[in-house]
Design a protein around this ligand. Sequence first.
Ligand code: M6R
Length: 365
Amino acid sequence: ELGPYSHFMQKEIHEQPKALSDTIEAILDDGFSAALFGANAANVLPTLSGVKILACGTSYYAGLTAKYWIESIAGVVCDVEIASEYRYRDAFADPQHLVVTISQSGETLDTMEALKYAKSLGHRHALSICNVRESAIPRASDLVFYTRAGAEIGVASTKAFTTQLVSLFALAVTLGKVRGRVTAEQEAQYLAELRHLPGSVQHALNLEPQITAWSAQFAAKNDALFLGRGLHYPIALEGALKLKEISYIHAEAYPAGELKHGPLALVDENMPVVVIAPNDVLLEKVKSNMQEVRARGGELFVFADADSHFSDSDGVHVIRTPRHVGVLSPIVHSIPVQLLAYHVALTRGTDVDKPRNLAKSVTVE
Ligand code: M6R
């Protein structure tokens, strides 16, 4: 069942080009059409004035990434909330805001209860982005998009995350289209970018030997810091969660611009700092944040792309994906942080597929 792989997590990381191809197949065939999200979506999507995303854990980080896409591409307000927080507060509900739940399993109790609560507050429509057909959350939603990642067995979510991301990107473009913000020319451009995505993810997977070479340095540490900005800040959060979940190393993520507001005090030679730094509009800002880390003796482990123009120097280690992939860059940059967590855990000898204290599906509070 594992084939050439040692763990389900490793297998599932490597299945991502296929999982993504399967998930985007219908989009590549028919374009960004409302029908992707269910029979009634063509009536619902044009009536919406905002999006409210509810999820837990890794699925919540997919939601955080989606906020950037939805606000910039669709031009609608998007707010993202941890389901277990939302369900117990007196929340404001705009009936014209679409509730979007994100869940690999479709059975996470907090996400299910948050959905019920949102409906009780008056939200009219709910979209479920889910990997398990006919599970509880999609059954309770009027709109559904199924990710086609296939069964995910490792407790650490990997292929479910990147397929959630691509589904949310499709939602952003589709909403932009029905609102008249995405032109036919832009749609063609987004489709071309999607078409290249599985190949770009495969290129990122080919970096595994370089990433493995970093793992011993992390395995010997007690802590790690992950930094990113903009679209890549949620990927820093996901990288930190993956590392703590399976290697038991304490890891935190910050938007790099927050360093000076506190976390810089933690930085010294014992604090490896992972930076997600592809060539986007914030790259120059990220570079100056990296200098702040170097000036305090922190060692930098940088995931860049071919256009970022970094090279290795004293205390700065760089791994580059072969090219910049524009707005889909967070999907490609998920791969190196998954591989890093996997190889550090392997070096530390933990139970990668079944980390202590955790369950694959959290159906209790
Ligand atoms: O099945 P769900 O997507 O609703 O699960 C949510 C979280 O429990 C899940 O993403 C968890 O954070 C993963 N173990 C992270 O790898």
